[in-house]
Design a protein. Structure first.
Length: 128
């Protein structure tokens, strides 16, 4: 259910590392909890983020939720397609609806996050 090529946070973000670049988004579990997404606010390229720092918000018909950066780095790309089509987060949260790409300050920081098996167990415990 959760791709093995990523790491996950307790805030339900995922990060996929390729060298010193990381793609960040929210998990399928997170989008299901949100319900229908109607708006997303993301940072501009060039912004420096610390690990666990809020970097944007997702608004659904149920609530507004903050997005937290899994690792420290500089925003190098933002998925601008989401501003016009935020509902893509509901249909492909772990693919085309990625949110930001970072130049990671310390790629080793990603190793401290949960792998897919640990995240699946975390979600299962939350659902109880």
């Amino acid at each position: 259910m959760y791709p093995d090529d990523r790491r996950y946070t307790k805030d339900h973000e995922w990060v996929q590392l390729a060298g010193d670049r990381a793609t960040v988004g929210i998990t399928d579990y997170a989008q299901k909890q949100l319900g229908d997404v109607v708006y997303v606010e993301l940072p501009e390229a060039g912004r420096q983020l610390k690990a666990h720092e809020p970097f944007g918000t997702v608004e659904s018909v149920k609530a507004v939720s903050e997005l937290f950066c899994p690792v420290a780095g500089e925003v190098v790309e933002v998925n601008t397609e989401l501003s016009g089509s935020p509902e893509r987060i509901n249909t492909d949260p772990q693919g085309a609806a990625w949110m930001i790409r970072l130049k990671v300050a310390d790629p080793g920081e990603v190793a401290g996050l949960m792998d897919a098996a640990a995240y699946s167990a975390f979600v299962a415990a939350e659902e109880k």
